[in-house]
Design a protein around this ligand. Sequence first.
Ligand code: UT7
Length: 321
Amino acid sequence: MNNKLSSKISGIATYLPEKILTNDDLSKMVDTNNEWIVSRTGIEKRHIADDNEYTYDLAVKSAVKTLQQENLKATDIDCIIVSTTTPADKCPSTAVKVQSKIGAKNAFAFDIQAACSGFIYGLSIADSFIKSGQAKRVLLIGAETMSKVTDWTDRSTCVLFGDGAGSCILSKATDECHKVIAIKLYSDGDRYDQIVIHNSEKNNCRGHMTMNGSEVFKSAIRCMGEAVNDILNENDMTIDDVDWIIPHQANARIIKSLCEQNDYPIEKSIISLQNHANTSSATIPMAIDYGIKSGRIKSGNILLLTAMGAGLTWGSAIVKL
Ligand code: UT7
């Protein structure tokens, strides 16, 4: 095993279902309004999967874009990792369905579940596979149909979430300009009850979510601040060494408070949640994709990713894109 090996990320792509649910649409369903949602969260709209459109469908659509972008065939992939909290079935995994639908015959495939931190957890596993030589090209996907576990009568949660997928390839880094520099993961099971997707049927969905919003809000700022400060310190870096902060996209006020409380320049943070709401493990690739398409994130930039979600789970990563 060569310990000097590094992995790199490429081919970031995303998919959002066609149907859009605006804040005004929601105001016809529950006692809320556009002004409250925008001022308290920054969210303007979310995309919702059709009744017969599942997490694996979204994952496949994003994965196909990643493969096209990288000029790869599905058979070039030797591992597929899907991070999801909202699989269509408990078993088999979303990842094996993706494998079958794209024809990745040479891959092994499995799911992971770390809620909104799932993309960073998946990144860590993929990075380890590349470094150990266990895989050469990992297709990493964060995909969710949060709408199917949303209680559409609960205004305190139903305005916050959306559906979508984001994906990328992890492969061996061939130079210093494009590589995963560091990753840190955390969890605290004592706070498992702050966000729960219950395993029961309600409102015609596969389960329903309950959340202690104000506690999660405070935890998100504290946990992501810890994850960012730890990873910078451990790598002898400061926020000045970072081009862009890519936080989990749950609430614009969380991102602003995270920056204010830790003296990170808010201009360095990418906020894309206005377009897609909280898509759980898909928000990090969505924010990177938005940053690239809006001309801010450039090849070779240093990105500091951080996320926090149910578990609680949280983490951070420093990546040279
Ligand atoms: O990825 C991790 C998962 N989740 C998160 O990160 C979410 C974290 N939490 C949050 O983003 C915020 O706590 C919320 C957006 C959920 C709530 O914002 P808040 O500023 O903490 O509001 P609040 O819960 O303190 O509620 C303020 C008021 C309440 O009314 P009263 O008791 O003051 O009369 C709520 O009933 O706002 C009311 N409210 C709403 N009003 C209109 C709650 N939801 C809504 C709504 N529309 N959708």
